[in-house]
Design a protein around this ligand. Structure first.
Ligand code: ATP
Ligand code: MG
Length: 227
């Protein structure tokens, strides 16, 4: 089992009160799955995937990653874990605007301590893989939304992560651009067995998913989703 959540409760402090956003979440994800997460706005989907991606460690319950508990890790251990095991793709890309496409994709490798010289061919390959090899020297502001998301996917993949978290990766795209991004994620999952956990509001994307999860009011329900 790649990912296992056991009875996760998540609260956000609101003034002196606290708001419970996740209620007793149990979840299992196997290596190689393509998991689609749906549910109403505010139901806790991003909160859930932030926990899965080691961005948030303030929750009750237990998170087992590859059979080992990560619930007790400190911030340093958690960021190490994040750097080595997960790639993120967000609706609004989170690219560094002042850096080139090449530099954006290279960044995680430099953080991991690899010398710049040794990163060149890996970065070039990753950019080719997502179909934007020729945009290497451009800045993100010179790209379309679909192209920016391809850069984000290349960056998410560069460290050969165990899984990818995509939080509404096509949320701001037209149907055709969205399909192009989904094809990339789908092929990565199928050909390279990269596990994908994707939040979406778009029922038409469920055909790409091997598994489906519904979040309603902070409660996770399994089963088949319908429009
Ligand atoms: N940092 C925060 N502090 C306080 N409350 C928060 C915080 N982040 C999220 N919330 C609240 O937690 C609940 C779940 O938010 P979350 O972002 O997980 O929803 P979501 O399912 O991703 O929604 P959407 O589909 O709109 O992205 C919401 O009620 C939200 O207002
Ligand atoms: Mg969200």
């Amino acid at each position: 089992m790649l990912i296992e959540l056991k009875n996760i409760d998540k609260y956000y402090p609101i003034g002196r009160e606290r708001l419970q956003v996740l209620h007793g979440v149990n979840l299992q994800i196997e290596q190689g799955e393509f998991v689609g997460i749906m549910g109403p706005s505010g139901s806790g989907k991003s909160t859930l995937v932030n926990i899965l991606g080691f961005l948030d460690s303030k929750y009750d319950g237990e998170y087992l990653f590859a059979g080992k508990s990560v619930s007790g890790l400190n911030d340093r251990e958690l960021s190490h874990m994040r750097n080595r095991t997960v790639g993120f793709v967000f609706q609004d890309f989170h690219l560094v605007e002042t850096a080139t496409v090449f530099e954006n994709v290279q960044m995680p490798l430099l953080y991991a301590g690899i010398t710049a010289k040794k990163t060149v061919s890996a970065v070039e390959q990753a950019l080719e893989r997502v179909g934007i090899g020729e945009k290497s020297k451009q800045k993100p502001s010179q790209l379309s939304g679909g192209q920016k998301q391809r850069v984000a996917i290349a960056r998410a993949l560069i460290n050969q992560p165990r899984f990818i978290i995509a939080d509404e990766p096509t949320g701001a795209m037209d149907t055709k651009t969205s399909a192009g991004i989904m094809e990339i994620l789908f092929n990565l999952n199928k050909e390279e067995k990269v596990t994908v956990v994707m939040v979406t509001h778009d029922f038409s994307l469920l055909k790409y998913c091997s598994h489906q999860i519904k979040v309603v009011d902070g409660v996770v329900q399994k089963g088949t989703l319908q429009a």
